[in-house]
Design a protein. Structure first.
Length: 426
């Protein structure tokens, strides 16, 4: 499971979700061949003391197996919304359903399934993004398949106070014929700096089997036209899709990675800026002579001040996990988080308005995923978490930082199933 998290600024929290195929993880739960243990990384401008960590295991939804969180957004201390997936064992592959849970005053309430006429008869429902501009006004995006796994349809669901409205089809608007069928679009991230002011990023089929990244803005409950981010010659968008971060209304940053079409290796990352509803031209991040920078997620606490996470290609071995910081509109040199030749996945990143950031990741070794906690009090990431700290916690899938506290979500596993889990750091 690979999760890339966007950010939370003050009362805004956003989530961008990527994933491994869940079938491999579910097999591991039964066979205990692989134990998915998370990495949580936190960066702060303080003293660098090891933060307090609290782990909570929640109850699984009645009648559903392998229940886990994939996204979280917090708007205050003890005030979060998490979304996830629950699998119903069926003949063949698992059949995922989406659900949400709400934390009120530090207490998590029993979750409810995401539902609506548009999801009637859906084969599977997955969450791809979550954003909360204020308490009780969250927006959830995801996708579902109605007939087969190859064709997915985007949906959106709005929270109104303590309850959620029905899931609705998310239309992708454009005068271009290539975008006339929303069924060929897959939304991958969302950022809402204000109520009814959201921006989504995704991938759309543009004909001939090719795909482009796109973004689309919502204002006053109405979605505008989609803006295409054209793939450079000889490339295609990464399966991770674009990540978008909007620290304030009418100011967004979108990053998307393009892979070489022939080798499927990371080639470049393009950044597109939006100001007052107008999207600029794509700009490559990094030197043209240093290709292979792939940002899978971005978090901005103010315009021109962001942290991106992803990988840096190398000639031998797995890509190196790295973070890259933008300060006042200028991107610094990528910072390698680990030079190990083990496969390390950066799953999520979140930065609060105070500049407190957190990264969730997982390093795959011979015994499975190893838990680590990074902290960067002086601008350099370092590990501060002992492997035994996480106990039976499985993979962490999302994180949301509010002021100086970061809340991560995922799953706790047993020999037969999994339940939602929450880790509070700060």
């Amino acid at each position: 499971m690979v999760i890339a998290f966007d950010s939370s600024w003050g009362t805004v929290a956003d989530m961008h979700v990527n994933r491994f195929p869940r079938t491999s993880i579910l097999s591991a739960l039964v066979a205990l061949a692989v134990l998915a243990v998370p990495v949580v990384a936190s960066a702060a401008g303080g003293t660098g003391a090891t933060p307090t960590i609290r782990v909570t295991h929640l109850s699984a939804l009645t009648g559903l197996a392998a229940t886990y969180f994939t996204a979280v957004a917090c708007t205050g201390p003890g005030d979060c919304v998490a979304a996830g997936e629950a699998h119903v064992p069926t003949a063949g592959s698992p059949n995922p359903k989406a659900f949400t849970e709400r934390e009120v005053g530090g207490r998590w309430q029993l979750g409810t399934l995401v539902s609506g006429p548009v999801l009637s008869g859906a084969l599977d429902v997955v969450v791809t993004g979550l954003s909360c501009p204020k308490t009780g006004r969250c927006v959830l995006v995801g996708s579902y398949s109605a007939t087969n796994q190859s064709t997915r349809h985007p949906f959106v669901q709005y929270q109104h106070g303590a309850s959620w409205g029905p899931a609705q089809a998310l239309p992708i608007h454009s005068p271009a014929s290539s975008l006339s069928q929303s069924a060929q679009a897959d939304v991958r991230s969302i950022s809402c700096p204000g109520v009814d002011q959201c921006t989504i990023g995704g991938i759309v089929r543009v004909g001939g089997g090719a795909h482009d990244a796109f973004t689309q803005v919502q204002e006053h409950a109405s979605w505008g036209e989609a803006h295409l981010v054209k793939s450079p010659r000889g490339t295609q968008p990464s399966v991770a899709g674009p990540s978008v971060s909007c620290p304030e209304p009418s100011s967004c940053t979108l990053v998307t990675t393009f892979n070489n079409r022939a080798t499927n290796q990371t080639q470049s990352t393009v950044m597109v800026l939006e100001k007052n509803g107008v999207w600029g031209k794509g700009q490559a991040i990094g030197s043209p002579r240093r290709s292979g920078i792939g940002l899978s997620a971005i978090s901005c606490w103010s315009t021109g001040n962001c942290v991106g996470i992803g990988t840096l290609a190398r000639t031998n071995g797995f890509p190196m996990p790295m973070s890259q910081t933008e300060a006042h509109g200028k991107w610094a040199t990528p910072q390698i988080l680990s030079s190990s030749h083990a496969m390390e996945y950066l799953m999520s990143v979140s930065c609060s308005a105070r500049g407190i950031c957190a990264i969730a990741a997982g390093r795959l070794g011979s015994a499975g995923f190893t838990p680590i906690l990074y902290q960067a009090p002086h601008g350099v990431w370092r590990s501060v978490l002992e492997p035994s700290t996480m106990g039976t916690l499985g993979g962490l899938s999302g994180v949301s930082c509010w002021q100086s506290t970061c809340t991560a979500v995922g799953e706790a596993i047993s020999t037969t199933s999994s339940v939602p889990a929450v880790v509070v750091v700060g």
